[in-house]
Write a protein that binds this ligand. Structure first.
Ligand code: C2G
Length: 450
């Protein structure tokens, strides 16, 4: 008798799960299915699992493919189960290809092709819908998005669009999703859109996605013009669609906790915020070759403006930009100084200058410091006049951190507004306005003679 084992969360049971179990069963005579506990899913970084363990096991049972259902509750359990149950074949979907090769010493490992299209037929029977996400753009960030979105229960990455079909096909093949020839076809296949195309194309794509009734999560900077930001948010509101800007720091738990501490009174009244983020970039990358929309501030400015806008608000009295430009007029290093009625702030970023990269929030009683990479906040300290007294705070930041914004995006699509405060429309609009001012001062003089 050939014994087969497979594992999964099987949340919001769908066609992909069904087909996986069906083919797993066919691999042998006896199928064991391990269903993960909530606790184990939390430790492995899955967010948003909705169905209870009982429901998920029940759904697996209903398929009739499982001869035995067990519970998976810890890392390393697979290795023990395979020996305990004398398993011949371990199988899992091809989205895990390579990751379970370590089990090959104990049994055969088979990766079954993942189901690309989760059609709505099976989903319609459930009250919670799985949101099918389509990606526009195939750059580095788009590649980071897929494994992160996979860890958010309730979304499925369905396909990709890029006007350069070759890039789209290559990307789709790599991630086992569909590539669409036209935007129309693409919009028909998805419920929500993640936009990760070059900055200056965001406006057009957001608009067309909203016109097609799709919710939008757009990479930062969402747009480079205040009026455009206002128009898009208004349009989304009219159509009752979710539109959010993907500044991942805004949605991560550590950064939220830091803001909470900053506003708790522990450091008194906040008087100074200094945020710095530098990343030496490959000179051949878009960031350093696009003379119109590239450069340090358009690339990293959203991150460094975020804590300032969150803590001091949108109503600054004065803003000044100071840049070190290269011979082509592209800013390699930019410092923005904000003056508020009761505070001062600096946002510093660089693609061609390496600096310390820290976030400092100073108040009348003490200061908070988070070292680089504070934009993926895991740890920060609070210091006081007495140098011997230091309060230390830490939080989890999993993987690339994009899963947090995806999870909040999903909860907003599902009707919850409880996470909207993390990055409000007004804040995104204010940041678009600052980008616009910066480009007018720094760029248009240099390259466009305006
Ligand atoms: N799956 C699939 N097609 C999809 C979605 C999922 O073939 N469109 C497969 C997965 O590859 C997995 C199974 O369905 O084999 C269950 O998927 P999930 O519930 O998402 O569980 P997962 O997180 O993949 O857990 O220890 C758990 C295992 O590592 C797998």
């Amino acid at each position: 008798m050939t014994k087969v084992i497979t594992y999964g969360t099987f949340d919001l049971f769908h066609e992909g799960h069904y087909r996986l179990l069906q083919r797993a069963k066919k691999l042998g005579d006896y199928l064991i299915v391990g269903v993960t506990t909530e606790e184990y899913d939390r430790t492995r970084g899955k967010l948003n699992v909705i169905d209870s363990l009982m429901t998920r096991m029940e759904n697996v049972k209903k398929t009739g493919f499982a001869d035995e259902i067990i519970i998976e509750e810890s890392t390393g359990q697979k290795f023990h189960d395979i020996q305990k149950y004398k398993v011949d074949i371990f199988t899992v979907g091809s989205d895990w290809t390579g990751q379970f090769d370590y089990l090959k010493d104990y049994c055969k490992v088979v990766y079954l092709e993942r189901t690309k299209n989760i059609s709505s037929t099976m989903l319609r029977t459930q009250n919670k819908r799985i949101q099918r996400i389509g990606i526009i753009g195939t750059g580095r960030i788009a590649g980071r998005f897929i494994p992160e979105a996979k860890l958010v229960s309730g979304v499925s990455t369905q396909g990709v669009y890029n006007p350069h079909m070759e890039s789209a096909v290559r990307f789709a093949k790599r991630w086992e999703i569909d590539a669409y020839r036209s935007l129309e076809e693409f919009y028909t296949a998805v419920d929500a859109v993640y936009i990760a195309s070059p900055h200056e194309t965001h406006y057009g794509y957001i608009k067309s996605a909203l016109e097609h009734g799709k919710h939008v999560l757009c990479e930062k900077p969402m747009v480079l013009d205040m009026k455009q930001a206002e128009e898009l948010f208004e349009y989304a509101k009219e159509r009752e669609l979710v539109l959010i800007e993907g500044i991942k720091t805004a949605y991560c738990p550590g950064f939220s906790s830091l803001l909470g501490v900053a506003c708790s009174g522990l450091i008194g009244s906040i008087r100074n915020v200094e945020a710095c983020f530098t990343k030496l970039e490959n000179p051949n990358f878009r960031e350093l070759t696009d003379l119109q929309y590239g450069g340090s501030f358009t690339e990293l400015g959203s991150h460094v403006m975020l804590p300032i806008i969150k803590l001091f608000g949108k109503e600054y009295e004065e803003i000044t930009f100071h840049s070190i430009n290269d011979e082509r007029g592209l800013d390699l290093f930019t410092r923005v100084v904000f003056k508020y009625p009761n505070g001062l702030a600096t946002a510093t970023c660089g693609l061609g200058v390496k600096s310390e990269g820290r976030l400092l929030v100073a108040g009348t009683k003490g200061y908070i410091v988070a070292e680089a990479p504070w934009w993926k906040t895991t740890y920060y300290e609070v210091h006081y006049e007495d140098p011997g007294k230091v309060d230390k705070f830490s939080d989890r930041f999993l993987g690339e951190g994009l899963r947090y914004e995806v999870s909040d995006f999903l909860s907003m699509i599902n009707g919850s507004s409880k996470n909207e405060f993390k990055l409000t429309r007004g804040e995104s609009i204010a940041m678009a306005g600052i980008m616009e001012k910066f480009l007018k001062e720094n760029r248009y003089h240099e390259n466009m003679g305006a």
